[in-house]
Ligand binder design. Structure first.
Ligand SMILES: *Cc1c(COP(=O)(O)O)cnc(C)c1O
Length: 377
């Protein structure tokens, strides 16, 4: 019996980088996988499944309603389409033609980020608030006009220099009668953070399932009943059976992914996160054990965050200082060998993140790393 990798001629990777879309996202647990297999055994109304699964998550996070989406990037497009069209099916069908609709999405200048690109997918336009120095509360207020449909707020950039904080931004937006859409893609831990933007007044919040052990192509949106209804009216369902060719048809989901997202969420919600973190620290130690005999090597246990910063806690990564071109040479040896090992490359150091690694892989990484470093002299 050949493996899928042999049949396809693709190379398996030991992921020592962390949760990245390009590496396949996360590693759904056996329970998540079992739920996906279970739902494979029957068909279901996707409209009903999205509603029940979405509302289950909404209930946990203290929102009125929710729905499942194929990821946070898709969620941004769906949240924006909801703000632009509401439940007007004919308007949704016209997107990305927004003629006659309120189609501006306000974003603070200091909040520009990779995924604001999804706004344009709907036909809506970004309206930047503020100037080179940042955005004041007044400037935010002035950026909102008769054509504004919503304020987009990347949750992880709350508190960035020169930006208006979320509670104040919510106040300004609500005074002007527009909703606040929060991308909280990876803000699922600590659990108190998960959904906290709703308590600060956000109208819709989205997250990516890749960060809580769900499928790579999964996510959700939760928020007010009216706006979730607007998201639903723009999603992929009822394109064939309903009256409108919906905007979200290309953002299609399978029932297995929906089951995976909601099961991963429930598992994450009930999980002993101290135990999860202790396991990560143990994996980092496991890699370190293999390097014990290498003289002069500086290896530090650290935390590699979702926005790719190194901080002291909670430990999920081993950082190796390898100056003078050594980092690239060692990384090349790890990538070229079998199995292929991908660490995070920086000019003078390598980061080995254990977020989606298991014990057997940590042992292999340690051993291969020891050999690579010794080979590099
Ligand atoms: C990963 C990520 C997204 C996109 O999430 P997907 O589920 O992969 O579409 C959006 N915003 C932020 C901040 C992210 O990190």
């Amino acid at each position: 019996m050949t493996t899928i990798f042999e049949r396809l001629g693709a190379r398996p990777i030991i992921n020592a980088s962390g949760i990245y879309t390009d590496l396949g996202g996360s590693r759904p647990s056996p329970a998540v996988w079992a739920a996906m297999t279970e739902i494979n055994g029957s068909f279901v109304s996707m409209v009903e499944l999205l509603e029940r699964a979405g509302n289950t998550i909404a209930g946990r996070l203290g929102a009125e309603a929710g729905t499942i989406t194929p990821g946070a990037a898709a969620s941004i497009a769906l949240m924006v389409s909801a703000a632009v069209t509401g439940t007007d099916g004919a308007a949704g069908e016209r997107l990305p033609d927004t003629a006659g609709l309120r189609d501006q999405i306000v974003l603070q200048r200091g909040h520009r980020y990779k995924y604001d690109r999804q706004v344009a997918l709907t036909g809506a336009k970004l309206a930047l608030a503020g100037d080179e120095r940042g955005t004041s509360t007044d400037q935010l207020r002035q950026a909102i006009g008769p054509r504004t449909a919503a304020l987009l707020f990347p949750g992880h950039l709350d508190g960035a220099p020169g930006t208006v904080r979320l509670p104040e931004a919510v106040e300004v937006a609500h005074q002007a009668g527009i909703p606040v859409l929060v991308d909280a893609a990876y803000q699922c831990w600590p659990l108190e953070t998960f959904g906290s933007h709703l308590r600060a007044g956000a109208d819709l919040l989205c997250a990516s399932a890749k960060y809580f052990g769900g499928p790579n192509a999964g996510g959700f949106v939760v928020g007010t009943r009216a706006l979730i209804e607007a998201v639903r009216s723009n999603d992929f369902t009822r394109y064939e059976s309903g009256s409108y060719r919906t905007f979200g048809r290309t953002l299609k989901m399978d029932r297995q992914t929906v089951a995976g997202v909601v099961t991963a969420f429930e598992e994450w919600w009930a999980m002993d996160h101290q135990e999860r973190l202790a396991r990560s620290a143990a994996l980092v130690r496991r890699i370190g054990v293999s390097l014990a005999g290498l003289r002069g090597l500086v290896a530090r246990p650290m935390a590699f965050t979702m926005d790719e910063r190194l901080v002291p806690e909670p430990v999920n990564a081993l950082v190796l200082d390898l100056p003078g071109g050594r980092a690239a040479r060692v990384a090349d040896l790890l990538e070229q060998g079998a199995p292929r090992i991908l660490a995070v490359r920086e000019p003078d150091r390598l980061i080995f993140c254990v977020d989606v690694m298991d014990e057997a892989e940590a042992a292999v990484v340690g051993e291969r790393l020891r050999i690579a470093i010794a080979a590099d002299g």
